[in-house]
Write a protein that binds this ligand. Structure first.
Ligand SMILES: C[S@@+](CC[C@H](N)C(=O)[O-])C[C@H]1O[C@@H](n2cnc3c(N)ncnc32)[C@H](O)[C@@H]1O
Length: 215
């Protein structure tokens, strides 16, 4: 546990995610899930932005999906998780069931995110959370970008990959992951349709909001 997490737990008495951590099926949590502090920020973003729809690319076994589901269930939003690996998709669904009514606000689509995103009906006040294959972030973005409306948010995890950590297990290896993240970051930074900032929480988040007049 980091010092930041330790102090957070002094303030809150328990980690905000302790309940979902307990409900994780034992031994099924690879250590590539978001950090618990990233989960804290995602929950705060949900409560501030109140997205009716959260789309998550890459659920793994559902840690981040569960945290998002708990947040949006407070105000009647919903989460659609997308996971390519059928075993992970099934574990995410199992974990959501353990959450009871809060978990019912989320569902999982199993398949490749790029075509699924292109076909997905978006609802305004969307929050898109990218945590799939790092070299594909720009493809996820391109599948969605033209349909995002002013106010919609994209949050991309591992945004500091080019300067921290190793991504050896990524498809294409570490270099492909780093190049993919850098391409995504530079692309969003130069895209006049979006206001973007890199935020140093967990392994870094690139947070981008579609600007312009809401319709
Ligand atoms: C870093 S893990 C996600 C961690 C998860 N968000 C969490 O915090 O618990 C990345 C996941 O993305 C999935 N993935 C990679 N490429 C994908 C794609 N094209 N479509 C859907 N899922 C993908 C992988 O199978 C893996 O489970």
């Amino acid at each position: 546990m980091s010092r930041v997490e330790w102090y957070r737990d002094q303030v809150f008495g328990q980690a905000p995610d302790s309940r979902t951590a307990e409900q994780q099926p034992e031994g099924q949590q690879p250590d590539i899930a978001i950090s618990s502090t990233t989960g804290d920020l995602l929950e705060a973003l949900c409560m501030i932005h109140r997205p009716r729809l959260v789309v998550e690319v890459g659920t793994l076994t559902g840690y981040s999906t569960a945290r998002l589901a708990r947040s949006v269930s407070r105000y009647g939003g919903r989460v659609v998780g997308i996971e390519r690996d059928p075993e992970y998709a099934a574990l995410t669904s199992e974990r959501l069931k353990l959450l009871g009514p809060e978990g019912a606000s989320a569902s999982v689509l199993c398949g490749d995110a790029v075509p699924l995103l292109a076909d997905l009906d978006l609802e305004h006040r969307a929050l898109i959370f990218l945590d799939g294959a790092k070299h594909e972030y720009t493809s996820y973005f391109e599948a969605l970008a033209d349909r995002l409306e002013p106010g919609d948010l994209i949050v991309a995890d591992d945004a500091y990959a080019p300067i921290s950590g190793r991504f050896d297990d990524e498809p294409g290896g570490h270099q492909a992951a780093v190049a993919g993240i850098h391409k995504y970051n530079v692309g969003l930074a130069a895209d006049a349709r979006f206001f973007s900032r890199l935020v140093p929480v967990g392994s870094g988040l690139m947070i981008s909001v579609r600007i312009g007049e809401a319709g």
